[in-house]
Ligand binder design. Structure first.
Ligand SMILES: [Zn+2]
Length: 418
């Protein structure tokens, strides 16, 4: 491999994936527009035309924003790499600090901070223009900035020590550094999973024990029937930020918590809440969560090994617009470049990951249909599609590529024939 060859490979992959994203989005928009005039036959009695059209318009607005972001992210990636951004920042931090790990942390933190700031307008537009226009947003600008500040603080408190440890191991542990870094990474991720329910999530939301005695009794009966132990049922004030509803599990082993968004409980009947919960239990019964964690650990091991091979290759740096750093800042530059470029090539695997995710959803649905009534899950899903203004008519190819959940029609069809 030479630097020029790698540059060309990088540029063409970035261009092709961006074009693919835009092409898929265009198809999606066209498909939604073509089906906007009429509610799909299977939903005639469940969803009215106004709700269907609201979903079409909402999905289209979000898709157009994603197209803009795809182009912007491409330009940003080129600016940081071949445009010389990382090169310029490396020189700057090398002049500012003497300690190589401090230089490395400054480089990585500044690139992350710059990207976040430059992408913030898109996020602001999504929340305060699109979400607001369709009546979903409940955030104030004040809350938005308080959230951003807390996220930054968490990033500093958790991210900086991790980054320091990783760079230190890369410097000191010789050829096998990637094994040590992987062990630290696994430990860090497990720690986050462990502290998330009790320390991180409460920074952003209020969690109160489920009060509704009837619902609680039903849920406890369902949990017992499924042989599931949880250390608590909580209601989260999701309505603080948005009217979108959801339910999820957090934590590990016996400390597992079940969390319902208040917005979900307001909309669904008791049997529907049970069906939604049974679906989530299905994910646990089929060990989807464990499989996902195991998969991500295996992938990170492979990536770190790959990085260990690449970081000694001159073409890797020069091909991405960085002069092979003279000092040992190499480590931080290699780490940064690698994790910026990885998603470009990772995009090619997106359809495969989406496919696996949808298969898990079918398995969880089937479990829910066995433990509760399929009809309850169907009516809960219809309400959730309606409340979230999720389109019922996605472009099939777009959906196959991106969607972690099966399209509404297919999903409900599976449930009704289960
Ligand atoms: Zn699911």
């Amino acid at each position: 491999m030479t630097a020029t060859l790698f540059s060309n490979l990088f540029i063409s992959t970035v261009l092709l994936t961006t074009l693919a994203k835009l092409w898929l989005a265009r198809r999606h928009l066209a498909h939604i527009a073509a089906h906007r005039a009429e509610v799909p036959a299977a939903f005639h009695e469940k969803i009215d035309l106004a709700a269907h059209q609201k979903a079409a318009d909402y999905t289209s607005a979000k898709t157009r924003l994603l197209m803009l972001m795809a182009v912007f992210d491409m330009l940003l990636l080129f600016a940081f790499t071949l445009g010389g951004g990382i090169q310029w920042l490396s020189v700057l931090w090398q002049q500012a600090f003497t300690h190589v790990i401090v230089q490395g942390i400054a480089l990585i933190a500044s690139v992350m901070l710059l990207s976040t700031l430059l992408e913030a307008p898109f996020d602001l537009y999504k929340t305060f223009v699109i979400e607001a226009r369709f009546g979903f947003n409940k955030m104030t600008l004040m809350l938005y900035f308080v959230d951003a500040f807390k996220e930054l603080l968490l990033g500093v408190l958790l991210g900086l020590p991790l980054l320091f440890g990783v760079l230190w191991l890369m410097e000191r542990m010789g050829e096998n550094w990637w094994l040590y870094v992987w062990a630290v990474w696994v430990g860090f991720m497990l720690l986050i999973q462990f502290i998330y329910p009790s320390f991180i999530a409460p920074l952003f939301n209020k969690f109160s024990p489920l009060q509704d005695a009837t619902l609680k009794a039903h849920i406890e009966a369902l949990l017992k029937k499924c042989g599931f132990t949880a250390s608590g049922l909580f209601v989260m004030d999701g309505s603080k930020r948005s009217t979108h509803g959801n339910a999820y599990f957090t934590g590990f082993g016996k400390t597992k918590r079940i969390v319902f968004f208040d917005t979900l409980l307001q909309r669904l009947s008791t049997p529907e809440v049970e069906a939604v919960l049974a679906h989530e239990l299905g994910h646990f019964k089929h060990r989807h969560v464990l499989k996902r964690i195991a998969y991500s650990f295996a992938m990170s091991l492979a990536f770190l090994w790959l990085l260990a091979q690449l970081m000694h290759a001159d073409w890797f740096y020069r091909g991405l617009g960085v002069e092979m750093p003279a000092t040992s800042l190499t480590t931080a530059v290699a780490l940064l470049l690698f994790f910026m470029v990885l998603p470009v090539f990772g995009f090619l695997f997106k359809p495969l990951l989406s496919f696996y995710s949808r298969r898990h959803e079918f398995e969880a649905d089937r479990y829910a249909a066995q433990q509760t009534a399929a009809a309850d899950l169907v009516s809960a899903l219809v309400k959730m599609y309606q409340d979230n203004a999720a389109t019922l008519t996605p472009d099939p190819l777009y959906s196959a590529f991106y969607d972690s959940h099966p399209p509404a029609l297919v999903r409900i069809d599976h449930l009704q024939t289960a």
